[in-house]
Design a protein around this ligand. Structure first.
Ligand SMILES: COc1cc(/C=C/C(=O)SCCNC(=O)CCNC(=O)[C@H](O)C(C)(C)COP(=O)(O)OP(=O)(O)OC[C@H]2O[C@@H](n3cnc4c(N)ncnc43)[C@H](O)[C@@H]2OP(=O)(O)O)ccc1O
Ligand SMILES: O=C(O)CCC(=O)C(=O)O
Ligand SMILES: [Fe+2]
Length: 359
């Protein structure tokens, strides 16, 4: 067993095929990182050096208690233009709902590998439920230190029937309660783009599909040699991210592009980021910023992003309202499912997915 496990194929078999994930590896008490996880020097995250560079820039924290105050909309739109990232407090999603979904995430990952892997790509009875590890293992030169459960929402009935019982009620509640916040954010962001009203057609285009991922980053023997998630931008319209108190999310700096800014955990907050679909629809006005996640040597971390997306069948392009003043389109029309497939079929590679849509 020990001999098979240390060979590269033994590790792959244990982590990917047998569904133990990196959590299984972590719990074996490995003393050093298997070589498949060693990232090239330029992709490693040296958390020690961030403290110095970080001091000048930080991601805005916006209080939503008076969400209909124009100052709140101004802060949100400015953050979306400048940073592509911001944190929200007093956002209206009950703290209890957030605590429950974090607990449910731990409950799911605590299940035996045999139970979790019923949701793997090979065994899941639906393409909309997928348990996996790393990001795109077949395309990656170096694997990422993360396991995940990805749930694509189609309907309440489908979710009730197919999502894992260990977490489905809590995840559904989190999604439902977040919808009010998502609509408010989109209304504010659209107003700034001269979209006066979000009618049914626009609502479909902006938030017609949702995917929720439960991310699990177990303790890593050599966190400085690998990453939890490599540099990428999300392909969503926007992403609502719940993180626990451990920390580890870094965002590309907006003035000093060489720096990476930590997104510090703030109790009860939600992190919001703009995704590629909204960068395209706003013709580049709102920014989908690169981000990445460090591995941790002493603590298990979880995060729960809700990816708010167009529908797979939507054609995305700069909105007519944005181009009405004569502004030249910098992106062409793309079928959203083609865009997402392009993203999923390659390893994380920074901001390169959006090249597909550039004119
Ligand atoms: C996992 O770690 C991540 C994830 C992310 C995600 C960031 C986002 O912004 S996710 C938002 C994506 N948007 C949507 O899901 C909505 C639109 N959905 C679709 O268009 C389709 O459902 C589809 C995703 C394109 C899948 O369509 P389907 O026809 O079923 O195509 P497949 O052939 O099954 O899949 C294509 C290709 O993608 C891989 N894949 C599919 N789903 C996932 C998934 N949930 N996670 C990872 N990979 C997935 C699948 O394996 C296929 O590749 P093959 O090579 O196997 O053909 C950000 C950062 C992370 O670390
Ligand atoms: O875990 C995090 O903080 C962020 C994860 C992420 O960027 C993603 O799942 O797209
Ligand atoms: Fe992301």
């Amino acid at each position: 067993m020990a001999q098979t496990m240390t060979s590269p194929s033994g590790i792959t078999n244990f982590v990917i095929n047998k569904g133990n994930g990196v959590k299984g590896l972590s719990e074996m008490g490995l003393k050093s990182l298997p070589k498949q996880y060693i990232q090239p020097l330029e992709e490693r995250i040296s958390t020690a050096s961030f403290g110095i560079k970080n001091s000048e820039e930080s991601i805005p924290i916006i209080d939503m208690s008076n969400w209909d105050d124009p100052k709140v909309a101004e802060a949100i739109c400015s953050a979306a233009e400048k940073w592509g990232f911001f944190q929200l407090v007093n956002h209206g999603v009950p703290i209890e709902v957030l605590e429950n979904v974090k607990e449910a995430t731990h409950r799911f990952f605590e299940l035996p590998a045999e139970e979790k892997s019923k949701n793997s790509k090979e065994r899941s009875c639906s393409n909309n439920v997928r348990f996996g590890t790393s990001f795109s293992p077949q395309a990656e030169k170096a694997l990422e230190w993360k396991d995940y459960l990805s749930l694509f929402y189609v309907s309440e009935d489908e979710a009730s029937a197919l999502w894992p019982p260990a977490c489905k009620d809590e995840v559904l509640e989190y999604m439902k309660k977040s919808k009010i916040l998502i609509k408010r954010l989109l209304e504010m962001l659209m107003k700034r783009l001269n979209v006066k009203e979000i009618d049914q057609e626009k609502e479909g285009l902006l938030m017609g599909s949702m995917r929720i991922n439960l991310n699990y980053y177990p303790i890593c023997p050599n966190p400085e040699l690998t990453v939890g998630v490599g540099r990428h931008s999300d392909v969503s319209t926007l992403t609502v991210l719940l993180q626990d108190q451990i920390g580890g999310l870094y965002v590309r700096g907006c003035t000093d592009k060489k720096s990476w800014i930590h997104v510090p955990p703030v109790k009860g907050s939600l992190v919001i980021n703009i995704g590629d679909a909204l960068q395209i629809m706003s013709n580049g006005r709102y920014k989908s910023i690169e981000h990445r996640v460090a591995a941790n040597g002493s603590k298990n971390r979880i995060s729960v992003p809700i990816f708010v997306n167009p529908r797979p069948s939507d054609l995305i392009s700069p909105l007519p309202e944005v181009l009405a003043s004569g502004e030249k389109a910098v992106y062409k029309q793309v079928l959203y499912s083609d865009y997402v497939k392009h993203f999923f079929r390659k390893a994380h590679d920074g901001k390169s997915t959006i090249e597909l849509a550039k004119i």
